[in-house]
Design a protein around this ligand. Sequence first.
Ligand SMILES: [Zn+2]
Length: 154
Amino acid sequence: MTTAEELYERYPEVLYHGDLRDVPVGWLGIVGQYFEVVSPLMTDTGYEVVTASECAGGLDWTWTSPLSAMTEERHQVMDREDILLTLRSYHTCRECGRPGSGWASGRTILTACGEHGVGERILDRKPLMRRTPYGVVHYDAAADKLVVVNPEDV
Ligand SMILES: [Zn+2]
């Protein structure tokens, strides 16, 4: 599995030591996938992670960069990669990185695989949608991509 140390070493332009301290270890793989795309694009833009933590079964991820660095192309790619990262987290076990789903234990909701899930599996979880500048999208976990959906169906 990917470790935080590996990511700090691989992406020194966009990551500071400690940025990933609150990210569950099972999600470091999807963070690595994200930086494969984001790091070359955002090098020298002052990209800095602001929030990287677990919230209600998903990865809450925000960043900042001086506005002047943001071109139209960067905006488009970052919009997509940010959404992909968050939606992937809802489908990835926080412990081991294998495919996961939501589990409810008391008031806590965590995303985990069958082996690491605690409590009751959430069976009727609605597909997660996100509003973007190019329409409403949902995440196709099998294809690992965003699919634009008809707003009438939302
Ligand atoms: Zn697991």
